[in-house]
Design a protein around this ligand. Sequence first.
Ligand code: SAH
Length: 351
Amino acid sequence: MPYVIIYMVIHLKNFFDFTFLEFIDYLEKNGYKKYNALQIFDWIYKKRENNFDNMSNLSKNLRFFLKNNLKLNSLKILKYEKSIDTYKFLFQLDDKEYIESVLMIHNYGKSVCISTQVGCNMGCSFCESGKLKKRRNLNFYEMNEQLFLIEITLNIKINSVVLMGIGEPFDNYENVLKFIKHINDSKTFEIGARHITVSTCGIVPKIIQFSNEEIQANLAISLHASNDTLRNKLMKINKVYSIKEIMDSLKYYIKKTNRRVTIEYLLLCNINDYDYNAFELANLLKGLNVYVNLIPYNETSKSIYQKSKKVQILKFYDILKKNNINVTIRKEFGKEISAACGQLRSKEVDK
Ligand code: SAH
């Protein structure tokens, strides 16, 4: 008997690893109907019922099948910290690795920042995530479950998703694309493609590939420097793909999709926040359909950089504005709960 139980546990499939079409296929192969897939997706994603026994409109036989073949959770919320407008979640994965997500409450809706890898190999000098090298990519279901668990734990509806947590999304391209299409599906979270943003450090071939996908999601580029000498120092990836190559790929993306790109620019005191950096940046972006999001640096105990002074942030903003570049300054969320990329996981691993 124990062997049977062990066999069953090992062979359970994860419900969150199925897209809607894959789930129809799975049910049909097991003798059930397409409308059963609709019913089950409705119970889980819309009614947020995570116990098959309570799915009252399903036959006993189907409930028995689901219970014996599917599991409904692999991620565990290890802890979550809350401040006024931010919740930070630390998850433990099946293989005991850690990842994190951040929920931000804006006045226009709730937005979640999702991790895409365990650790990161991009090695940006200012980023906590990269201090812990990439251990592996996240599976599709692990990204999916981050959203589901946050919704069900806080009993909320998430309105937008940014792929800006731990990891480089374009270094886990297939899973990330599948995830974007899945959360956009009306049978699941139904998050409008225009409310989904992928942020990349600038992996040029993937920017080109992403331009060719028939998907309306937003693209953001972590530029953080106005010339190659500076960017080479801050971001290792620049030695592979230069600013010129990134700009060319963005022009291609804009031409192909007719969509505006977000340029993220982290402001580091006396490193990349001089007036001439703002002029250089304006020159680089002149005439392009982009907008710049200036990011105040979130310092950590291990940081080798400091946050720019407020007057310098405003000056940088003014220079861009006067040069006809659309620009905003990012609101700082959750400073008091280590909400910048990778900080919570880093603390946990240090322990
Ligand atoms: N790898 C992707 C997405 C993850 S990082 C990328 O590079 O875009 C998400 C964003 O947070 C990036 O723009 C990154 O540069 C920025 N970031 C990293 N550490 C930060 C910190 N301490 N304070 C503020 N932003 C930070």
